[in-house]
Write a protein that binds this ligand. Structure first.
Ligand code: FKS
Ligand code: ZN
Length: 673
């Protein structure tokens, strides 16, 4: 069966046909242009054309009633016939929202568009997609409009997916800067919907000022543990803060949960320049957030627009999201110097509050004793806050560079494999653009470690080196080689990297061979080895991860990948990833595909996979992951072995002095270390 491909884009200009008709400072940022600039940016970037355009429709009453009460629906239904005065009065009963004679129509289209997206993805018409809608949805409640929202688009979609498609586990990722309390209330007791939200909170001083937005609100009854709130208590959060929360909290839990569908409340008021959020994440961070979700749920990711009020960062962020859904190489991650103190404090509190529900967090520390929570440092922070308030807060003046253009190389995946290997669809044999460099061949031949008679080995090595050079020049995205001896090849490749154009190489080695010797203190490579052998970490850039069953236990492996390898990789920011496995490393094919897929967020997708000759059956699945086919789901993960958890935690603890993205608490690194 061919994998599902394609990205749906759902938009209709009709949803720009309502606006605020009176003066209300709280609502003036929610303008029709939000939608037009976003759509136009997609058109201008050539992204809209590459998507499957799906028409909108109105949600039916029955669909709206999946979430809302009849009384509320009946009330909203009357708004098209109200006078301006009546509309204003009607609006008054709700908070920070406005009505307009055409908003009921638009709200039905916004919910209907979201359902069209879910249908397109669930029926396999497309793999994933985005709906650009207005009004947004995540604040609206069973019987109330709130925060520019009339009907709760994403909640309706989740109920619809449960009902129509029997989806048992839905993950809702709310990356909007506001807390989607409407979604939280809708599913608070439902273990079939995992709701994750980070939000500007400032110890409840920020709208919607709810006690139930704090980290210790985790869901009720059977739904306990299935609501995850990450209160952000300071403004100015950056890429590192968001990425840390994904790597150390959302993703481990999401993999344990194993969703069948991912819905994103995709608000971009979390981005730089936004007057509401006042955060500082650059638009390219959304490419990474999107990408990190795309190997869940067999790739079924539906992004639905919520907020976003800076008319420059909003369209940029929308483009980054859609371009990622389409499968283009990711931008190099930028500004990853580690999370701030306040983000770490929140992260720690959330992890502690959820440790009893999720085995991947079971080892997380306890909550700070005494008076709980992020409220502890409230008084300390009040000082800073006053300072910020004194300066005029002007988000309009903030400037940031345009996100770099994401160029797709002509060649997606090049193979260096023995004759007779089947070349899977979408990739091609590697033909070096130049003849092998005679000097290089001489060098290779002179190396005593090689059997010099073996011209095959020499040709393979010189091909690989040529391939790496072409990846470095961005002429080829990724590569895969089947070789006689992965350790020898790895040695050579790493040595070559030291003298080549490769800036930084991340080597990921799955297997028990002794390979550290090729890594030197001053080389330009970092080696992470996952095995069941206890190798010594002699140099800073050799990181041995010893798991009890090596790579055989998928839970342990995923914990190591998500909370150790990926944070290291993101902070190291390699220009090339060398991914190697020995034939006896024991990794399950699906876990290997997850690893391969997740690593595509690094080095703009420049991954060179090296495997043993005998592993030709793995070529097709590996190539698929390199090409962006979502890795198969791992099934709900059981707890990792406690020894493995301890190993990974210990490593994080020792390494977080040098690698700030490994931190999950303020004090982890001993402060004075
Ligand atoms: C003005 C206060 C405005 C209301 C904020 C509503 C945010 C709405 C949103 C949505 F996604 F729903 F659109 N307070 N300084 O961004 O969450
Ligand atoms: Zn928002």
């Amino acid at each position: 069966m061919n994998p599902v491909t394609g990205t749906a884009l759902i938009y209709d200009a009709e949803m720009t046909n309502y606006k605020l008709l009176w003066v209300d400072p709280a609502c003036k940022i929610e303008v029709p242009e939000r939608l037009t600039v976003s759509y136009e940016a997609l058109v201008k970037a050539g992204l809209a054309d590459r998507c499957v355009s799906v028409p909108v429709r109105e949600a039916t009453e029955a669909e709206i009633l999946l979430v809302h009460s009849e009384e509320y629906l009946e009330a909203v239904k009357k708004t098209p016939y109200m006078t301006l005065e009546d509309l204003q009065e009607f609006t008054l009963q709700y908070g920070d929202v406005y009505f307009h004679p055409n908003i009921y129509h638009c709200a039905k289209l916004a919910s209907g568009a979201t359902l069209q997206l879910v249908d397109s993805v669930m029926t396999g018409k497309v793999r994933n997609g985005m709906a650009l809608v207005r009004p947004p949805g995540h604040h609206s409640m069973r019987s109330a409009a709130s925060g520019f929202c009339v009907f709760n688009n994403v909640s309706i979609a989740a109920k619809y997916a449960q009902q129509k498609y029997g989806v048992k586990r839905v993950l809702i990722v709310d990356w909007d800067v506001h807390h989607g309390q409407g979604v939280q209330y809708c599913f608070e007791d439902d273990p079939g919907v995992l709701y994750f939200s980070w939000h500007r909170f400032e110890h409840q001083k920020f709208w919607p000022n709810l006690r139930e937005s704090d980290f210790d609100i985790v869901g009720t009854a059977n739904g306990a543990g299935f609501t995850i709130n990450v209160p952000l208590n300071k403004v100015g959060m950056e890429n590192s803060d968001y990425l840390s929360v994904f790597l150390h909290l959302l993703l481990p839990v999401a993999y344990e949960f194993c969703p069948e569908l991912v819905l994103v409340c995709a608000g971009f008021d979390t981005a730089i320049g936004d007057p509401e959020g006042e955060m500082r994440a650059t638009p390219d961070v959304f490419a990474h957030l999107t990408h990190l979700l795309m190997n869940l749920a067999d790739g079924k990711v539906c992004a639905v627009l919520e907020g976003g009020y800076n008319l420059k960062s909003l369209p940029q962020s929308v483009c980054e999201t859609v371009q990622t859904l389409l499968g283009d190489p990711l931008p190099r991650p930028v500004n990853l110097e580690g999370p701030c103190k306040s983000a770490l404090e929140s992260l720690h509190c959330v992890r502690a509050a959820h440790r009893k529900y999720w085995s991947c967090l079971n080892h997380a520390g306890d909550l700070p004793s005494g008076e709980l929570s992020t409220k502890r440092s409230k008084s300390a922070e009040d000082g800073d806050q006053a300072e910020i308030n004194e300066e005029e807060k002007k988000t309009d003046d903030i400037v940031w560079p345009d996100p770099p253009k994401r160029v797709t190389p002509n060649v997606q995946t090049a193979l260096v494999v023995p004759d007779g290997t089947v070349c899977p669809e979408g990739c091609q044999w590697f033909c070096p653009s130049e003849d092998p460099d005679p000097n290089l061949m001489k060098q290779l031949r002179e190396n005593s470690a090689l059997d010099t008679d073996d011209t095959d080995v020499l040709t393979t090595l010189s091909s690989l080196i040529a391939l790496m050079d072409q990846m470095e020049k961005n002429e080829i995205r990724s590569g895969l080689a089947l070789v006689h001896d992965v350790s020898i090849v790895m040695n050579w490749v790493v040595q070559h990297a030291a003298t080549s154009s490769c800036k930084r190489m991340l080597v990921v080695f799955l297997g028990d061979d002794m390979v550290k010797s090729c890594i030197t203190q001053n080389g330009n490579a970092m080696l992470v080895q996952i095995s069941n052998k206890n190798f010594d970490a002699e140099t800073k850039n050799y990181i041995p991860v010893c798991l009890k069953k090596g790579c055989r236990d998928t839970s342990g492996l995923m914990q190591a990948v998500l909370t150790l390898l990926l944070p290291l990789g993101y902070e190291y920011d390699p220009s090339l990833v060398l991914l190697i496995r020995t034939s006896d490393c024991g990794v399950l094919e699906s876990a290997w595909q997850q690893l391969t897929g997740l690593l595509q967020g690094l080095a703009q997708g420049h991954t060179l996979v090296v495997m043993q000759e005998s592993e030709h059956p793995s070529v097709a699945p590996t190539v698929a992951s390199l090409l962006g086919t979502p890795a198969p789901a791992l099934g709900p993960l059981s707890a990792a072995l406690s020894e493995d958890v301890e190993t990974v935690e210990k490593l994080r603890h020792t390494l977080c002095h040098d690698w700030k993205l490994l931190q999950t608490t303020e004090t982890q690194c001993g402060g004075d270390g």
